[in-house]
Design a protein around this ligand. Structure first.
Ligand SMILES: NC(=O)c1ccc[n+]([C@@H]2O[C@H](COP(=O)([O-])OP(=O)(O)OC[C@H]3O[C@@H](n4cnc5c(N)ncnc54)[C@H](O)[C@@H]3O)[C@@H](O)[C@H]2O)c1
Length: 325
């Protein structure tokens, strides 16, 4: 299939493009390179901004995709709290323009990157897909709005969507030269690895008195390549005429910040000094997916998301880049 991948120059998108190629698909990356990297794109890169309607329409006219995977978004929670206008404008306008272009060109299938942030502070863990969605920041609000748009477009115009709510994406594909390169980096594992390699003096632990066994937050880490496999399965499901669905992508197992720190020390052999910092507003104590629906509906099972494999792959990517720099 010819698949338009918005945000394909970003962390998750660049891995998924490589996996699409491996499976014989023809991805076309549409990205404005605000947070993405052109050198991570292994297919045709169309530089363009989803907020510029004429640019996404032109990409559809020229490349005639049969399906879309929509990764492009602003996705920094704290920035969204400081500057909500940007988040609502870019994430929602981008999605509206994309859906218009799909409709104009008769493209009816979309896989959408949603997030555990749409659940807000969960009242039940592991979090099932039918848990109330009450985001606690504008980033989560913008993603939830897009989920609702997809459902309404489905009812009104026959659009079929796979809404994939990621928990914490992590890991890398070092053999392909792909990994996480966010600036600024806000994710725990790459931050710990920056400390391990000496690029940062110490790690920060935000909050030590959560109601968890060791007092630190617990998250569900999913390897980026396992995420990618779920996208391939979701595309196949839609291509076979399957109905729209909304699925969590996680493992169902959570690790605390201290457990991730211990695993990173073990993998890297580095001390990784860490300091305690105040808890951040709106950080739920535990985010762990109820992960069985994706298994049942897509036949998808994570195969490389054990914590050690995740950290080892990210460390390998990090070390190779540091050596080359
Ligand atoms: N990384 C995670 O743990 C995680 C968790 C949950 C959900 N998500 C979602 O997954 C998606 C991908 O996340 P990521 O970590 O790869 O982010 P990323 O920032 O690395 O990638 C986003 C890509 O979209 C591009 N982009 C942004 N706005 C654009 C626009 N208006 N037009 C064209 N391109 C644009 C950026 O240049 C970048 O290449 C995002 O939608 C994010 O909200 C990520």
């Amino acid at each position: 299939m010819r698949i338009l991948v918005t945000g394909g120059a970003g962390y998750i998108g660049s891995h998924v493009i490589w996996q699409l190629l491996e499976h014989g698909h023809t991805p076309i990356c549409f990205d404005n390179l605000t947070t993405g990297h052109a050198d991570a794109v292994r297919c045709l890169l169309v530089e363009g901004d989803l907020c510029r309607r004429e640019q996404i329409l032109a990409a559809f006219a020229e490349h005639r995709p049969e399906a879309v995977i929509h990764f492009a978004a602003r996705s920094l929670v704290s920035e969204s709290v400081r500057d909500p206008r940007r988040y609502f404008r870019d994430n929602l306008l981008g999605a509206l323009n994309l859906l218009d272009a799909m409709e104009a060109h008769g493209v009816r299938s979309i896989v959408f990157s949603s997030t555990a942030a749409t659940y807000g502070v969960p009242s039940k863990v592991p979090i099932p897909e039918d848990h109330p969605q009450i985001p606690v920041n504008p980033y989560g609000d913008s993603k939830l709005c897009i989920e609702r748009m997809l459902i309404s477009y489905g009812r009104a115009y026959g659009l079929r969507s796979a809404i994939l709510r990621y928990f914490n994406a992590a890991g890398a594909a070092p053999e392909q030269g792909l990994g996480e390169r966010h600036h600024p980096e806000t994710h725990l594992i790459p931050l710990l690895l920056e400390v391990a390699s000496g690029a940062r003096p110490r790690a920060q632990i935000f909050g030590r008195d959560y109601a968890t066994a060791d007092g630190t937050c617990i998250r569900d880490y999913i390897h980026v390549l396992d995420l990618g496999e779920a996208h391939l399965a979701a595309l196949a499901h839609l291509a076979a005429g399957g109905e729209s669905l909304a699925l969590n992508l996680g493992t169902g197992t959570g690790y605390s910040v201290l457990e991730v720190l211990a695993a990173a020390r073990e993998v890297t052999g580095a001390e990784i000094p860490a300091e305690d910092c105040p808890a951040r507003e709106g950080d739920p104590p535990i985010l762990v997916a109820a992960a069985d629906r994706a298994r049942a509906r897509l036949g998808w099972t994570p195969t490389c998301s054990d914590l050690t494999s995740i950290i080892r792959s990210a460390w390998e990517f990090h070390r190779v880049r540091a050596e080359r720099a």
